[in-house]
Each structure stands twice: as structure tokens, then as C-alpha cells.
Design a binder for this molecule. Structure first.
Ligand code: F6P
Length: 514
């Protein structure tokens, strides 16, 4: 695919972010045509509906209110028409009230006013949750703990347990004291089997310290405060968020109270401010100048020509967790087979997102993209100003990012002399891969907020362009239902599994696994 852009023609900046799409293969004419296309009309309609609280998630008959978690605090940066009312309740007001509740609690813990029954301060937080109730906070902690942040950073330790695989729990508990650990149960639905099973285990663990410890240690982040209270969480420490906030879009609110506890309210507010900056950009910029929409357009055009893979490589080890986080946001949102109208879509609606940090990936799987037949977009992320003074390391790192972008795009064709000898064909790299780069001026809570908000908007925009719903995940439910049916067939139960292959596998487990 020949490149038609001239240098910088498809470079755009917003806040701390800059993108370059010059090495994409679509033409400027295609972009200009997009402004007046059906897809753009649908997209602008979607964005308008999103920020007015319209039902943009029709299969669940809901608005999508993740943005309200930042708009509630940065109200002046949003246009007046922005609102989110659900069944008469103002969800921006809810976000504001709960943020005040979180701020107050976090300050009490950090200042040592909130103590355990012995009057001792808490030194750790255990975060229980899975999927969207885990990946976002885990990413935030992973990044924040590598930044030199002012304030309370480092006062409390944090451990995450997502999986029902008990090895994970065992490893986490090994370093925690049940008398001095706050436990957050993060679950939008408060009905996720893995999380509730783990929570039950933690109740017993807290009780080993004595009955009074459990009561003071428990916190919940959920849309179902009633269920959380029934489960045994004291109502004063249930931090509610709106049903309109999808799990994979929820890191901006109460599920990240654990991050506020460890890194402080001020750091978290910076994250929200960065996210709000991108909301504002999306609301006020025409599509073909809007950074997340341009990225979604690349995805859209590449999908149309059959490129359904997206290799993401951040050239900054502090962003390693970005990949698993984005895999949920991107693929749980866009992995669909039918449009909102129920009509099957005969091609992939979502490039498979995968990758690793650069330069590590270069020495592993990049070879496949240089010379293999698989088609993929390559997206390289680089941070311009590092948080260290080793200029030589940074120069090498950035030179590799730039070199890979050039190599994937330009390739290396054999010289006329080599071409005459087919036995040296192995040297040729065809290039012509669609490559794009995303730059952050510097990695800070603000720029991270902007980057994550950019990805949310890119995800939603790609959904809207294709007329699919980026807010539901019905496919995930099937496995949960089958697991419920299978579990009683495992020991000490009797193997009566209906599916013959499953029954055979259970027999293998019974014979060899015990
Ligand atoms: O099973 C998928 C899913 O519903 C995700 O969308 C969600 O983030 C995760 O499970 C956890 O759900 P909850 O927060 O309700 O426990």
C-alpha cells in the first residue's frame, strides 16, 4: 500500500499527546470525504448522544456515563448541554457526592484518623475485583508507583487479587496483616462469582484477627449498594457509581478508591483533568482533526482492507500494563458480529490488540511483522521526556522506536544484484505496513488520563462508525453459564456432564488431578 501523505500532513496534537499517521495508506481525499459520510453523521450523533445521556447502549437500554466521573469535577470545561439523568437521578451529582465521600475517607486513612480497632493505622490495601474492576486500578498503580509523585505516595502497600486461582490469593496474603489491611471489594454488579468467592475467603481471613477487624476493614465500589450491604459491607463505606458506567470504562470512579488511598486524591484529580481535556477536544473538534477519531479512522480503513491486527508497543517500560488494560477495553467493546440493527457484519469489527514494550518486542515477535505474511497495523508509543537523567539510554530507546516505524513502513528491498539470486530472498523486508506513532510529552497522571480517555473515545468512535454497540459484552456470559453447569460435576460431585468431551476431560481430572 503506497504512502500518499507528506511529512507532518497527518500529525496532530492535543494537550500532552501528539500523533503521527503519515505512514498510513489512506489518502487525504478519503479523510475529506469522511466529513460528509454516513459514518461521520452516525459518529457525531453518537458523541452528541453520549454527552447528553441518550441511550447509546441499546441492548441494555442505557446511557454510557463513564465521562461523568470526570465531568462532575471539571464542569466548566464541558459545554452546558452536557448532562446525565437516569430515572430522574442526576448522575453527575452522584459522582460529585461520592467523590467527596471518597476524598474524606482517603484523608482520614492517610492522616491516621481512621484506624483499626486497636487504634493502629492501616498499612495495606487489598483490592479484590476482576476485569474492569481490576485492570484499570492495576494499571494506574503500576504507572503511579514508577513516577516520582509528591505527597502520600508509598504510605500504604497495595495487593491485587483478581483470579479465583488461589495461588494468586496465597501470594497476596503472604505479605499482608489482617489487622492492618483495608479490603476493597470492587464489583459493578456485585455478583461476579470470582470476586464474591474471594471476598468470602477474605472475610474468614480477617476474622482470624478477631470479629471487630472485619467490620472496619471492608469497603466496596459498586452500582449495587443494596447487594453490597446484604453481603456485609458497612453502608458508610459503600462507594456507589452509576449503572451507566461500563466495567471496562470505570477506572475513573470508586473502583479506584484503592489508588486514591495509596497515591492520594491530588494525583487522582490530575488523572481526571487529563481525561477531561480529551473529552473537551472530542466535543469541540471536527472529526478529521480530532486525535482519537483519526486513530479510529485508521482502524476503520485498515479493517476494511482486511487488516485485523493491531500490534501496540509502548517504548516505555512504565506503560507495560497498558496492553492488558486496553485488551479488555478494546476487544470486549468491539468484538461483535452484528450491528445495532441486528444485521450480521461479514468482516472483523475489531483488530486483535497485542504487543509488549519496546525494545523487548523487537527481539521477540517483531520478526513476524517484518517478513511474515500476517497483516497488522503497528502502533508505537513513545514518551519524549523520561523521568531519569540517562540521556544515552533514552536516545537509544527513541532511535529504536523511530527505526522500527521506518523499517515497517519502508522495508528493505533486495538490490538488483541480490534480486538476481533467489537464494538471498530471505534478506528482503517488504515494508508497506501501516504504522502510526503516539507521543506523550512526559508520563504524568495528567498525560496518562489523556491517553486513557483518548483510547476510550477511539474505541467508542470505531464502534459508532461500524454501527456496533461498544458497551455490551453478551459473549462473555456464555462461559459463565456453562461453568455453573460444569462445577457440580467436579469432585466431590459425580461426573454427569452432558457434553461428552467435557465429561471425558473431567474424568481425566478425576483420575490424574487428585
Ligand atoms: O464478565 C465480564 C465482565 O462483566 C466485565 O465486563 C467486567 O469488567 C467484569 O466482568 C467484572 O464485573 P463486575 O465489576 O460486575 O464484578
Amino acid at each position: 500500500m503506497p504512502i500518499t501523505m507528506s511529512p507532518g500532513q497527518l500529525s496532530r496534537s492535543i494537550g500532552p499527546l501528539h500523533i503521527n499517521l503519515d505512514r498510513q495508506s489512506y489518502s487525504l481525499q478519503m479523510l475529506n470525504d469522511f466529513e460528509s459520510s454516513q459514518e461521520n453523521l452516525r459518529l457525531r450523533d453518537f458523541i452528541d448522544g453520549l454527552f447528553r445521556g441518550a441511550v447509546v447502549n441499546p441492548t441494555e437500554q442505557r446511557a454510557a456515563g463513564h465521562w461523568s466521573l470526570r465531568a462532575a469535577f471539571r464542569r466548566s470545561e464541558y459545554p452546558d448541554f452536557v448532562e446525565l439523568t437516569v430515572d430522574g437521578r442526576d448522575e453527575l451529582e452522584l459522582a460529585r457526592t461520592v467523590q467527596a465521600q471518597m476524598n474524606a475517607f482517603v484523608e482520614q486513612v492517610q492522616s491516621g484518623v481512621y484506624t483499626n480497632p486497636d487504634g493502629e493505622t492501616y498499612n495495606s490495601v487489598l483490592h479484590l475485583g476482576i476485569g474492569g474492576s481490576d485492570l484499570g486500578p492495576r494499571l494506574l498503580h503500576d504507572v503511579f508507583s514508577r513516577l516520582e509523585l509528591p505527597g502520600v505516595h508509598g504510605q500504604l502497600n497495595i495487593r491485587f487479587v483478581a483470579n479465583v486461582d488461589f495461588h494468586e490469593m496465597k501470594a497476596a496474603l503472604a505479605s499482608l496483616n489482617p489487622k492492618r489491611t483495608l479490603v476493597l471489594i470492587a464489583s459493578k454488579s456485585f455478583s461476579t462469582k470470582e470476586t464474591l468467592h474471594n471476598a468470602q475467603h477474605i472475610f474468614n481471613w480477617l476474622d482470624t484477627a478477631g470479629p471487630a477487624y472485619r467490620e472496619k476493614a471492608l469497603l466496596a465500589a459498586t452500582c449495587k449498594p443494596g447487594k453490597a450491604a446484604e453481603f456485609g459491607i458497612p453502608p458508610a463505606r459503600i462507594f456507589e457509581f452509576s449503572e451507566t458506567v461500563g466495567g471496562r470504562y470505570s477506572l475513573w470512579g470508586p473502583v479506584s478508591i484503592s489508588i486514591r488511598l495509596v497515591h492520594g486524591n491530588a494525583v487522582f484529580d490530575e488523572l481526571l483533568a487529563g481525561a477531561a481535556c480529551i473529552d473537551n477536544h472530542v466535543l469541540s473538534t471536527r472529526s478529521t482533526d480530532c486525535v482519537p477519531i483519526l486513530l479510529a479512522l485508521s482502524d476503520f480503513y485498515n479493517l476494511k482492507v482486511g487488516i485485523d491486527s493491531l500490534l501496540l508497543s509502548p517504548y516505555d517500560s512504565r506503560l507495560g500494563m497498558l496492553i492488558p488494560y486496553l485488551q479488555q477495553l478494546w476487544m470486549e467493546s468491539l468484538g461483535k458480529g452484528v450491528g445495532i440493527d441486528g444485521v450480521p457484519i461479514p468482516r472483523s469489527t475489531c483488530p486483535i490488540l497485542w504487543g509488549d514494550v519496546g525494545t523487548n518486542g523487537q527481539h521477540a515477535f517483531f520478526q513476524l511483522m517484518h517478513q511474515g505474511r500476517n497483516a497488522s497495523t503497528v502502533e508505537l508509543v513513545a514518551v519524549l521526556k523520561p523521568n531519569h537523567s540517562e540521556a544515552a539510554s533514552h536516545r537509544i530507546l527513541l532511535s529504536h522506536a523511530l527505526a522500527q516505524a521506518e523499517a515497517f513502513s519502508v522495508g528493505r528491498l533486495n538490490s538488483p544484484q541480490e534480486m538476481a539470486d533467489p537464494t538471498v530472498n530471505y534478506k528482503s523486508c517488504p515494508g508497506q505496513r501501516p504504522v502510526q506513532m503516539v507521543f506523550l510529552d512526559e508520563l504524568t497522571p495528567y498525560s496518562l488520563g489523556a491517553l486513557l480517555s483518548l483510547w476510550e473515545h477511539r474505541t467508542c468512535a470505531l464502534g459508532a462508525m461500524q454501527n456496533i454497540n461498544p458497551f455490551d459484552q453478551w459473549g462473555v456470559e456464555l462461559g459463565k453459564v456453562i461453568a455453573e453447569q460444569i462445577e457440580p460435576n467436579l469432585p466431590p460431585g459425580e461426573n454427569r456432564a452432558e457434553n461428552p468431551i467435557t465429561a471425558h476431560l473431567i474424568d481425566h481430572f478425576i483420575n490424574r488431578g487428585r
